[in-house]
Ligand binder design. Structure first.
Ligand code: PLP
Length: 383
């Protein structure tokens, strides 16, 4: 069925692309070994460091976010080394798979979906086993909408010979992730979530001690060699052919974010989160993550009632309202519905998302949930 309405991607990747970024990417292709492009890369580097809040280089890789995760596991650890993987969902489980493929020896700290970690439990595990060389975790577990206590874990790892590898793919540019201040050793993100770009780029930044480690470890995979990429980065190049249009789009997206100011970007993300949570609760739906301080700022997950599976609701929201929502992942497929609001999304998009959700339930909720949601949005902005 065709319909006269916009399609709104309220999904945790890909996310909508601003016109400024689309137009920048439509310009004639630059040659990746010529000066004009080197200027783009040099300026990207300055802006990426501001985004990551780090003095270290931020390495762009031509791959999806999972490629960045792979690069981290292969460049920082050698087969046989013991690492701690903290998982509470689909993307945490991906860490288990990746480190296993690298031949590492993972000790897995597993929590139920929707739960987070107690940093003291991680401290106790590191105390109990001094052979653990690294900790892998998500900042934001996108499958559940949980925000993990990475700052607190970094405070534990930074004083030990333990590297903290943080998947910030649905956190960087969405909520604060100051890499150097917190003491994260490896921070990863991707292009298609908070960065307002199409999929296809991952970013990896390493702390000085993680770089020293990367210099000792050989990745044993041809493409993801971070030491080689760093050498090219210092010459304002990428080691292999650059994804030129994406890196030009990145330049525009970073310019926009820094023009807004990251504090304002985070404030907007926070306000959207308050808006979504208030609207969902006002509809009589149950929030999947209830604990204050433990929900991510880029998506809000709803626990579906037992008799209402998520996928028909998602399908109807698209068919009738043009809004793309997302069901759960893995075991949570029918039990969780995710309403994402990351990147180039504003209150009006999110109002459309709340309406689409309500409209698509078997019994449409009554009450002024849109109004309550918008009040929460303005209140969160202090308006
Ligand atoms: C999206 C996402 C990924 C995977 O990224 P791809 O770009 O699909 O490879 C990994 N981790 C988290 C937390 C994500 O949100």
């Amino acid at each position: 069925m065709s319909s006269i309405q916009a399609t709104r991607m309220l999904t945790p990747g890909p996310t909508p692309i601003p016109d400024r970024v689309r137009l920048a990417m439509a310009a004639p292709l630059l040659h990746h070994r010529k000066d004009a492009f080197k200027t783009v890369l040099a300026e990207n580097q300055t802006m990426l460091k501001q985004l990551f809040c780090t003095e270290s280089p931020v390495i762009p890789l031509a791959c999806s976010g999972t490629g960045g995760m792979t690069a981290a596991a292969f460049n920082l650890f050698q087969p046989g080394e013991r690492v701690l993987v903290a998982t509470a969902g689909y993307f945490g489980n991906r860490w288990v798979d990746i480190v296993t493929q690298r031949g590492l020896d993972p000790v897995v700290l597993r929590k139920n979906a929707g739960e987070s970690f107690n940093p003291e439990e991680i401290r106790a595990m590191l105390d109990a086993d001094p052979s653990i060389r690294g900790v892998f975790m998500q900042i934001s577990e996108t499958s559940t909408g949980v925000l993990h206590p990475v700052k607190e874990v970094a405070a534990i790892t930074r004083d030990r010979q333990v590297l903290l590898v943080a998947d910030g793919i649905s956190a960087v540019s969405i909520s604060p992730t100051p890499m150097d201040e917190w003491g994260i050793d490896c921070l990863i993100t991707g292009s298609q979530k908070g960065l307002m770009l199409p999929p296809g780029l991952a970013f990896v930044a390493l702390s000085p001690r993680a770089w020293r480690r990367a210099e000792e470890v050989r990745p044993q995979c041809y493409y993801f060699d971070l030491v080689q990429e760093r050498a090219s980065c210092e010459k304002n190049q990428t080691h292999y052919t650059s994804p030129i249009s994406l890196l030009v789009g990145l330049h525009e997206a970073l310019t926009m974010l820094l023009e807004f100011g990251m504090d304002n970007v985070f404030k907007k993300q926070w306000a959207l989160t308050q808006m979504a949570r208030t609207g969902i609760a006002a509809m009589g739906m149950e929030l999947f993550v209830k604990e204050e301080g433990r929900y991510t700022w880029g998506l809000t997950s709803v626990r579906m009632p037992d008799n209402i599976p998520a996928t028909p609701v998602v399908a109807k929201a698209f068919k009738d309202c043009g809004v793309i929502l997302t069901a759960g992942q893995g075991d949570l497929k029918e039990k969780v519905l995710r309403l994402a609001h990351m990147g180039w999304i504003d209150w009006a998009d999110l109002a459309a998302g709340l309406h689409a959700l309500a409209w698509s339930l078997p019994v449409k909720p009554q009450g002024a949930y849109i109004e309550a949601a918008l009040d929460a949005y303005h209140n969160a902005l202090g308006e």
